[in-house]
Write a protein of this length. Structure first.
Length: 563
């Protein structure tokens, strides 16, 4: 038995330990063999040189424009849009935003820092949006160039052994090879294959399904078009909301809006100079069945003046049927009720009167609001009124609330304060909330003053401070006036995206070869083989159909036997 040469001598170190300690010089260790010659030893790899600035920039660009990063950015954009559907948005419903701020003042401060009340105009959302756009363009352009070259290239040459292909069929015909190959060329062209036959070749090469990649590229390019269209609308578009009580109106100017958000390229002169008056706003609700209390119809009848000096035109605005003014759309958002309240002094002088919009707090339009009555300093303190309007009032041990959104039993419950409203100190205030700093609540017999009024009823304030009359109510509607300059382009992009996706899903890329070689007894052996370049489809049926088609072209009346 041969003695192993890598066994350590008595008292000497183990060879493996020596190798681990690096005691053998690298120039004395041949590749693939240990110093003893019994075990392969791999030379340690040297670290690649560090990338210079240009090489690192190229590597970073390749990573950034990969489809993997584009999908990650698309996923991040979807996640970033979630707060916009959960948290009230200023551009969609400013009334809910005001109510949310009043109920959660501390949380609102943090949400404001993160631009959560206007997510789609936030800088961080725009950064993700822009990164996705650049990544998609950087990914699509190289793929488009490669696809263009692939479409212009000749189909690949037939393999030497077609029988090894996934789908293969062989037949014997009485015609010579040239005749067979011409028939095969015609058959493949008739099936929309790109066909090629190289000089001296005994086969015809065919390839089809490049439209699959074309559809894929069209889909991704359409996404870029949609993103650009949305960006265009964000640059030049605007969206404003205005609360209009029934019987009043507004003119389309910047100062008339309760809230107006616009793109950086928007100019106030871009606003069309129309005006309208809400003559009647009707709200209808389902009054029976499982959908009791749900809205059935909102309809605003308006007097529309397209430009100053023009004659008024009657128009109707419904949900999903906006008023279109040369591309500017006037939509109905959320409606509500405005109780008409008159406040008089003890002497009978009118201090305030008219409808005051109250904000709905539930689906049955239980609404809250305030009336601020500034009073001259030499006459008395200011008066602040907090009220709850119930269209269909119901009171039980749970409290007072409305049980149906229509005004079937309207009542107004209120309390009042006196003192300084702070209207002259320059601090902006919400018209829907009463700042009680500097105010004291009226009391009756050491209890807070409260009153419930039906339509037409009057209550006297304590200490002969005046009178409050509930005169009735009107409806109000929150109108949204908006223009999106890129919506037509976005629609075209969306349609192209659907078309491209359909093409990429239903078209298969495949290759087919037809070879004809002389056989015995003057016959010709014909081989037809196919190869999938994408998943799906039944390539075997197509190869059989091509084979049968070639036979029919060679002999329309009868086909040769299959071997």
């Amino acid at each position: 038995m041969t003695e192993r040469s890598d066994i350590a001598a008595p008292g000497g170190p183990e060879p493996d330990a020596e190798r681990q300690r690096g005691s053998y010089p690298h120039d004395q260790q041949p590749w693939g063999a240990s110093p003893g010659g019994s075990e392969p030893v791999r030379e340690p790899r040297s670290r690649p040189p560090a990338l210079n600035t240009v090489e690192f920039a190229r590597w970073a660009w390749r990573q950034f424009t990969s489809m993997r990063v584009a999908l990650i950015l698309l996923f991040l954009l979807a996640i970033a849009a979630i707060p916009g559907s959960i948290i009230p948005q200023t551009g969609v419903d400013p009334l809910q935003v005001r109510d949310f701020r009043a109920r959660h003042p501390e949380l609102s401060e943090w949400l404001d820092r993160l631009s959560m009340f206007d997510v789609f105009a936030a800088p961080w959302f725009a950064a993700i949006y822009l990164a996705l756009l650049i990544s998609l363009v950087g990914c699509i352009l190289p793929r488009s160039w490669q696809h263009w070259k692939a479409m212009r290239a000749r189909p690949p040459r037939a393999p030497r052994r077609l029988s090894r292909m996934p789908v293969h069929r062989s037949i014997v015909v009485e015609h010579d090879p040239e005749e067979v190959l011409e028939a095969a060329r015609a058959e493949l062209r008739g099936r929309r294959f790109r066909v090629s036959r190289r000089d001296g070749s005994d086969s015809v090469d065919g390839e089809a399904g490049h439209l699959r990649e074309t559809g894929n590229l069209v889909f991704h390019l359409s996404l870029v078009v949609v993103l650009l269209a949305v960006a265009l609308g964000g640059l030049f578009g605007y969206r404003g909301t205005v609360l209009v009580p029934e019987g009043t109106g507004f003119a389309n100017s910047v100062v008339q809006y309760d809230n107006l958000s616009s793109g950086p390229m928007f100019e106030p002169s871009d606003l069309p100079p129309f005006s309208l008056e809400v003559e009647q706003f009707a709200m209808e609700f389902i009054d029976s069945g499982p959908h009791l209390g749900l809205p059935d119809n909102y309809e605003a009848t308006v007097s529309f003046v397209p430009e100053p000096g023009a004659e008024p035109e009657p128009r109707t605005i419904r949900v999903n049927e906006p008023l279109n003014v040369d591309g500017t759309l006037v939509h109905i958002l959320n409606p509500g009720y405005a109780p008409a309240i008159t406040v008089r002094s003890a002497d009978g002088d009118i201090l305030a009167e008219g409808p005051v919009p109250f904000l709905p707090q539930d689906d049955n339009f239980t609404s809250t609001g305030v009336v601020k009555v500034p009073v001259a300093a030499d006459t008395g303190p200011d008066i602040g009124i907090e009220g709850i309007f119930l269209p269909t009032a119901y009171i039980d041990e749970l409290g007072m609330r409305s049980i149906f959104p229509e005004p079937r039993l309207p009542e107004l419950y209120l309390t009042a304060y006196y003192g300084d409203l702070g209207l002259n100190d320059g601090t902006p205030q919400s018209i829907y909330r009463l700042n009680q700093d500097g105010l004291e609540q009226f009391e009756v017999d050491d209890e807070p003053f409260r009153a419930g009024l039906g339509v037409g009823e009057t209550v006297e304030l304590p200490d002969e401070a005046g009178f409050i009359t509930f005169d009735g109510y009107v409806t109000w509607v929150n109108l949204q006036v908006s223009r999106n300059s890129g919506k037509e382009i976005a629609l075209i992009g969306a349609l192209l995206a659907v078309a491209g996706l359909s093409v990429s899903l239903y078209i298969r890329r495949r290759r087919v070869w037809v070879r004809a070689v002389p056989g015995s007894e003057g016959r010709t052996v014909v081989e037809v083989a196919g190869l999938h370049r994408s998943d799906g489809g039944n390539l075997e049926d197509e190869v059989n159909a091509i084979t049968d088609g070639v036979q029919r072209r060679l002999d329309p009346e009868r086909s040769s036997g299959e071997t």
